[in-house]
Design a protein around this ligand. Structure first.
Ligand code: TNX
Length: 532
């Protein structure tokens, strides 16, 4: 028995030492994020040679673009030319026939690498996994002289939830196109597929609407703290949409209504309910009552707002003018938004009467449907009648989550206590708020969307989204500090089933990711919960 053991061990030693291609880590130890559904590690590895090429099947233009994306990430550090689309290549991308799904297979053997999927998105996700199997030096932007050996094995992967999102609040502080693109680049590495842009709020209106130009000439002119604000022209917005699409991310634009609208109310007085006349101004009062005809001709706009209170503004829900406005905004937005959702907000409308709120939210959902899209809205919208296909974004109120389910609609899970990236890590965090919780990295990781809210299960859930509110956040470095590493934890919560997730394993993998971020100069939070 003992002899047999020694003979066997010798064989293993021989086998591994004879194989010249020893990767630094096996597939299991490479630090894959999010964790794939199935990993079968094998001994040995595949060494990339300088003549590396990426082979694509057929003449599919999008497969070639994915191959080009992959190549552009391999070229700088390896110095290889990496031609794409050739008839022969050590890396093969294959679009297979069958029902389209986000699932992909990735196989690495002594003789080469193959990624296959029935969808373009699947090939893109497989490419991201492949890049994470490279030695971390691949992150360098200039040549690194070393052997590029990737570990052998097979990965079969697919996401748990179809919607894996992140939100940027570009209203409280405006975020430049370049910074949004940078965020998209980071999201794509972890297989996120939706970017929700919170485009309007009390402090600013950030999207050009051609039929209502003052929304931006006036409404975009400031931000929290009184800075200069800003907005995206429709051309710039389209550029963001296209850039996101090239990394398989769909943009969801949000127009927050009927509350959170002070910027619009400052731009157009006629959208105001007419109750916020300056003190002592009785010009519209006839026989003790506000005369709305006079008010409509002499509208009183709100003052621009640069503080961080919520819940004080509302559109006039009883004026047809308001619905004309909302329809114009939705029409223009739909024209430049290829994705399926328009987010209509609906949160914290504390000064809208309840019946008015419900009337408004129902009517706006109908408008969205009329323009061929589905509504997303914060969980309060479930207090009214949800239209078929409307998704409620759970952030706080479990009762609203159950109302959503009862109406046969789906939930997007963003519980503030787990998923809010603007919450401070602990009491010493310089940025952020803490009204919901302090959220350390393990808090963002250790929860299950399928069991989080009473009475809600996996089948009620479309996915998970991580919002970053920006009352206290003003630049790229601050965005990175609040988002990383927590965004990656939430990405794994959205991608991997609970049975595949473990904090022990995540902790080790995120430490490897930290080394990649060091090379990329990403300003991530070095959580004390991780041995970096
Ligand atoms: C609540 S969450 C809000 C936002 C704030 C955020 C700050 C939600 C739907 N509304 O208006 O920015 O808290 O954490």
């Amino acid at each position: 028995m003992k002899n047999l053991y020694w003979a066997f061990s010798l064989l293993i030693v021989l086998a591994t030492s004879c194989n010249p291609n020893r990767p630094k880590q096996s597939m299991d130890d490479a630090g894959l994020l999010p964790i794939p559904l199935k990993i079968e590690s094998e001994a040995g590895g595949f060494k990339l040679e300088s003549n590396l090429a990426i082979q694509t099947t057929g003449t599919d233009q999008i497969v070639n673009e994915i191959a080009e994306y992959l190549a552009s990430n391999i070229r700088p550090a390896t110095g290889f030319i990496v031609p794409v689309g050739s008839n022969e290549g050590a890396i093969v991308l294959e679009l297979t026939s069958g029902e389209e799904s986000e699932a992909y297979d990735l196989v690495i053997t002594d003789s080469g690498i193959k990624i296959s999927s029935t969808s373009h998105a699947g090939l893109f996700y497989g490419s991201q996994t492949l890049l994470q199997l490279f030695p971390i030096e691949i992150e360098n932007n200039s040549l690194v002289e070393m052997d590029w050996i990737l570990p052998n094995g097979k990965i079969s992967d697919q996401p748990e939830f179809p919607y894996r999102g992140a939100m940027l609040d570009v209203a409280r502080h405006f975020i430049s196109v370049a910074d949004v693109k940078h965020y998209i680049d980071q999201m794509a590495k972890f297989k996120f597929n939706y970017l929700h842009l919170h485009l309007t709020d009390d402090q600013g209106w950030r999207i050009e609407i051609k039929s209502w130009p003052q929304l931006t000439t006036i409404g975009a002119s400031t931000e929290v703290g009184g800075g200069k604000g800003g907005f995206y022209t429709q051309e710039e917005y389209k550029e963001i949409v296209a850039y996101a699409a090239s990394q398989f991310i769909t943009v969801v634009p949000e127009i927050d209504m009927p509350g959170h609208t002070n910027a619009a109310l400052a731009a157009y007085g006629e959208l105001n309910p007419g109750v916020n006349l300056p003190d002592g101004d009785n010009s519209t009062v006839v026989e003790g009552k506000i005369d709305f005809d006079i008010l409509d001709k002499n509208p009183v706009p709100a003052e621009l707002y640069t503080g961080i209170e919520v819940g004080f503004s509302t559109l006039a829900t009883n004026k047809e003018k308001t619905y004309q406005f909302v329809e114009d905004v939705i029409r223009e937005l739909v024209e430049i938004t290829p994705g399926p959702y328009i987010h209509i907000g609906g949160d914290e409308s504390h000064v809208t009467e309840k019946p008015d709120y419900i009337y408004f939210v129902e009517r706006v959902q109908d408008l969205v449907l009329q323009y061929g899209k589905l509504s997303l809205g914060w969980d309060e919208i479930a207090t009214g009648k949800l239209r078929p296909g409307t998704v409620a974004q759970f952030w706080d109120n479990e009762g609203n989550a159950r109302l959503t389910k009862e109406q046969g609609n789906k939930l997007l899970m963003s519980p503030a206590k787990r998923a809010y990236l603007d919450m401070q890590y602990d009491s010493t965090t310089r940025l952020g708020l803490h009204w919901a919780a302090y959220i350390e990295l393990d808090d963002s990781y250790n929860w299950d969307p399928a069991t989080y809210a009473d009475g809600i299960n996996k089948f009620d859930i479309l996915g998970v989204e991580a919002p970053l509110w920006t009352e206290t956040i003003t630049n790229r470095s601050d965005i990175e500090y609040m988002a990383f590493p927590r965004l990656v934890a939430l990405g794994e919560v959205a991608w991997a089933p609970a049975s595949r997730r473990s904090w022990e394993s995540f902790q080790k993998r995120i430490a490897i990711q930290g080394k990649r971020w060091d090379i990329n100069q990403i300003n991530y939070y070095k959580s004390p919960k991780v041995t970096w």
